[in-house]
Design a protein around this ligand. Structure first.
Ligand SMILES: [Mg+2]
Length: 196
């Protein structure tokens, strides 16, 4: 009886995993297939980071100056929130043996703060975190990223330009950033309910 229950639990667990992967549009891979390289945007994708940006705007630094970015890049800890839906997606990829990258459009000033935070909070290797304020296409190609997740139109168009699969992460309605946001604009799949 116990054996039967255990077996049933095992089957049910496997079924749930398969359903979750299908729901995310991630193909199941056979064990001998190579793992994927998966990239995530940071702001409004991995993190609800409006509070970190507010710290920047509240500081005496000129908005979007190097000093401003240094404040923002050191304000995620204790302020930004990890988006649970995206964390689930990241964890599924990790379980599947995929390599996780973060590629942000933030400027790199004070970037060690963001790298340390993403490493501590999400286990992303610091060497897999990149600052690309001039566009992400080249970096996506250079790293050989297979799938990219992002909230902004440019995340999707940059991934399209790199010839890779892109998924749109829904931006929180509480985000202070309203620009470049037209989910489904490129026919990409939109991942809903991705508030934190
Ligand atoms: Mg973003």
């Amino acid at each position: 009886m116990i054996k039967k229950i255990t077996k049933f639990r095992g089957i049910a667990f496997a079924a749930v995993i398969v359903i979750l992967f299908s729901a995310c549009g991630v193909k199941n891979k056979s064990a001998d297939e190579n793992s994927l390289k998966v990239g995530f945007d940071v702001d409004d994708t991995l993190l609800f980071s409006t509070p970190a940006f507010q710290k920047g705007f509240e500081s005496s630094e000129k908005p979007f100056s190097g000093e401003f970015w240094a404040v923002v890049n050191n304000s995620d800890r204790g302020n930004s929130k990890i988006k649970k839906k995206v964390l689930q997606i990241l964890e599924k990829h990790r379980v599947d043996g995929d390599e996780i990258y973060a590629i942000t459009a933030r400027k790199p000033n004070g970037g060690e703060g963001l790298k340390n935070y993403l490493n501590d909070a999400l286990g992303i290797p610091k060497s897999n975190i990149y600052f690309e304020s001039e566009g992400k296409t080249n970096r996506l190609q250079q790293l050989g990223i297979d799938i990219f997740y992002g909230d902004s139109d440019s995340d999707i168009s940059d991934a399209n330009a790199a010839g890779i699969k892109a998924y749109r992460i829904e931006r929180s309605t509480a985000s202070s950033y309203q620009k470049k946001y037209n989910p489904g604009k490129y026919g990409e799949k939109v991942i809903k309910n991705s508030d934190w």
